[in-house]
Design a protein around this ligand. Structure first.
Ligand code: BDP
Length: 725
């Protein structure tokens, strides 16, 4: 039957309208939901480039039959097939124009001597001639090294870099590069904003989600080599055989990706699950209990990484309960793990009311005297700042204070104090700022990065931990842009000298688009985002003024809690005479914990970087800041600037419509709209609150804040996610 032309036209219009309605109703067909992270491997649009790449990868030759070698094969089949738009030929002998991957054990033409110094994880990627054939060779001492090299090679393609004349040698600057999951066994994630825990403890060990493999792949692609599966506020149950069997299942999945499993342990486990009367680290039976526990774990998981411990901190048990030091506690565990090659990551996040010492000083006071007292397989894990993952903090004075004890960096990747998962805050700039700061511990150039990578004091082991932002949300991190924080953490743990901007650009190419205009727009947003957030939350060195408990939204009015150092008023000290915490020599003298000249620079409001002004100084509202404005006017201006800049982020994001995937575009748009509302709430609430003390007008040219202080104070968020339990 012949359908008349008009009917055909009408039918076409009908179908089209269905699609346009569908798109209004947000039915996405084949859209990007974020699951594939930065490993999307979209086809390379530039045909010329595609051809140029294909010329070098006529076929691939991957030696070896290990699980890791098979993973490399699968990854290349998927990645090259998709990016270059053709099936990848795998051959088992050398050919010209080939991508060759192997180790000295698997390929005899790979010279072991040439790989000296690369260790177990380093690799080389070289364009070279072998037997008269032009090839690209990825070589390493171990299979995992070749996997890392493969991801590096793929990244070159993903970022559209040349692969013509490669001569790359890479080794990680830091040994232990771990994620810390604050995941409880009931799947609640403390300070998690991306759904539940990805570990389904109930269904383990038998049910193995695809997500576990994809998690391992993603980590391997950025060089993360360890994962602490459970919360630092640890449940003792994790060490029972029933749970160790589940841990073993995950470790088995992760092994070929070079990802070791670690566990957070509760110090009082001998009492809680071992039926013992004490957990005193000097008690022989307690020591024996831990030795046997370690043996039991290693029997199941021969490459188990070790323990992470939060002790005598925020109510957690620890050696202090038995009159012992942190070193005595850590060493007992270290001795149990040492025969198996395991390590202890002992956290320095300690502070206690009874100490009667200002909170920011306590970790240093506790740990500095213990320098030299820890076993060789202990790292002390320190948060980047002396308080607690604030939008901006000075570096912790422990970095540079303990030549004989490796200080491991703990960054927060999750967004506890940064507005949760609707705020676009790229943390690369924050990590870079912390790592590049000069401690002056051994003169100029003694950066925090050099303390952490062990080079400053020649430590035999080094580490960096990131408190994970990962959850069961389809896009893993609750906000597509926040995937970049997982990414940048891994890349900086591998090489902390890589710049935040370089890494942001890489990530955008791999995740969003190759279009230069998109890359530039998004890169500008990301690079500015952290400073913008500091401005609308805690400008000029203010800190810890978030909502009580959940830490969501503004709460400068928070007072009268169980402990002073949990309140906001303790930190901002706003009063009629001014604002800020005097930690200079005239106050609690926290500056004394820093090396000179840092301590001298921080001691005076005239020389301290203005970003840290109110962290270290209590100043009058009329104090003249660098801009020439009074402190009050400057503070208000910064709050206004921050909020306005979020509106600009939103405007700039809107220009991307149609240039990136619809679903990605819309998700970020919705989040930015929420972030905008919240930035204004922060601005209004804080300005109104501080105005009670300053008793000065809103500076000329700025609108009066909307709403009343009472309204802001009355806001409640009883179900804000991620609270501790
Ligand atoms: C704080 C969190 C709390 C963590 C604690 C820690 O609010 O949930 O347990 O740090 O690091 O930032 O141990």
């Amino acid at each position: 039957m012949k359908i008349p032309k008009v009917s055909r036209l009408l039918f076409a219009v009908f179908i089209l309208s269905l699609f346009s309605q569908a798109s209004n109703a947000q039915f996405y067909f084949n859209n990007e939901d974020g699951y594939r992270l930065w490993l999307k491997y979209d086809a390379i649009a530039d045909r010329k480039l595609q051809k140029a790449y294909s010329k070098h990868i006529g076929s691939t030759y991957i030696a070896g039959e290990s699980d890791t070698a098979n993973i490399i094969r699968q990854e290349l089949r998927y990645a090259l097939g998709s990016m270059l738009n053709h099936n990848v030929e795998f051959s088992d002998n050398l050919k010209k124009n080939q991508l060759v991957i192997g180790t000295p054990d698997s390929l005899d033409f790979i010279n072991r001597d040439e790989l000296k110094g690369l260790g177990d994880e380093g690799y080389r990627i070289r364009s070279q001639k072998i037997d008269g054939k032009n090839v690209t060779l990825i070589s390493a001492n171990s299979d995992v090294g070749t996997l890392y090299g493969t991801y590096h090679f793929l990244r070159l393609l993903q970022t559209q870099s040349s692969i013509d004349d490669l001569n790359i040698t890479e080794t990680p600057k830091i040994d232990v590069r771990v994620l810390n999951h604050w995941d409880n066994l009931d799947r609640h994630v403390e300070r998690g904003y991306a759904g539940e825990s990805i570990w389904d403890w109930h269904k383990l060990p038998d049910y193995k989600y695809q997500r576990y493999y994809d998690y391992a792949r993603a980590n391997a692609s950025i060089g993360i080599n360890g994962t602490v599966l459970n919360n630092v506020n640890a449940a003792p149950l994790i060490l029972t055989p029933h749970y160790l069997e589940k841990v073993e299942a995950l470790a088995t999945i992760f092994r070929p990706y070079g990802l070791k499993v670690y566990l957070s342990v509760k110090f009082s486990s001998p009492q809680l699950i071992g039926g013992m009367k004490t957990s005193d680290p000097l008690d022989k039976e307690v020591q024996q209990w831990w030795k046997e526990k370690a043996d039991e774990i290693y029997k199941r998981i021969p490459d188990f990484g070790g323990f992470l411990v939060k002790a005598n901190s925020e109510g957690q048990p620890g050696p202090g309960d038995f009159g012992r030091t942190h070193a005595e506690g850590a060493n007992m565990l270290a001795d149990a793990l040492a025969p198996h090659g395991g390590i202890v990551m002992w956290r320095a996040f300690v502070y206690a009311n009874e100490k009667n010492e200002e909170r920011s000083k306590q970790a240093y006071s506790e740990f500095k005297p213990l320098d030299g007292k820890f076993r060789e397989n202990v790292l002390v894990q320190v948060k980047n700042g002396p308080i607690d993952f604030q939008p901006r903090e000075p570096f912790s004075p422990l970095f540079g204070a303990t030549p004989k004890t490796p200080m491991m960096m703990e960054f927060q990747v999750t967004m506890e104090y940064l507005g949760f998962s609707t705020h676009l805050v790229y943390l690369g700039t924050m990590y870079e700022e912390a790592l590049k700061t000069d401690t002056h511990a051994k003169g100029k150039g003694s950066t925090v990065g050099k303390v952490v990578d062990g080079s400053l004091f020649n430590n035999s082991i080094s580490g960096m931990a990131g408190v994970a932002n990962i959850g069961s949300d389809r896009n893993w991190t609750g906000h597509i842009m926040l995937q970049s924080n997982w990414y940048v953490f891994g890349r900086m743990a591998w090489d902390h000298e890589l710049g935040a901007k370089t890494i942001a650009d890489e990530w955008i190419h791999m995740t969003l688009s190759d279009e230069p205009q998109v890359v530039d727009t998004v890169s500008d947003l990301m690079m500015a985002s952290r400073e913008i957030t500091v401005n609308y939350m805690t400008p000029l060195g203010l800190h810890h003024i978030m909502g009580v408990g959940h830490h969501y939204g503004p709460g400068p009015w928070v007072k009268d809690l169980g402990r002073d150092d949990w309140t906001s008023v303790y930190y901002h000290r706003a009063a009629k005479d001014g604002i800020g915490f005097d930690r200079s020599p005239s106050g609690v003298n926290a500056v004394a914990q820093y090396h000179s000249p840092v301590r001298d620079i921080y001691s005076s409001p005239e020389t301290i970087p203005e970003e840290l002004l109110l962290w270290f100084h209590h100043l009058s509202w009329d104090y003249k800041t660098k801009s020439g404005r009074t402190l009050w006017d400057e503070l208000v201006h910064r709050y206004y600037q921050g909020a306005e800049d979020v509106s600009k982020m939103l405007t700039s994001w809107k220009t991307l419509e149609g240039t990136i995937d619809d679903q990605q575009f819309n998700q970020v748009l919705m989040a930015l709209q929420i972030q905008q509302q919240e930035a204004y709430r922060w601005r209004n609430a804080c300005v109104l609150y501080f105005q009670q003390f300053s008793q000065r007008p809103i500076p000329e040219g700025l609108q009066k804040p909307e709403g009343s202080l009472e309204e802001y104070e009355a806001m409640r968020f009883p179900h804000a996610p991620g609270q501790g339990r």
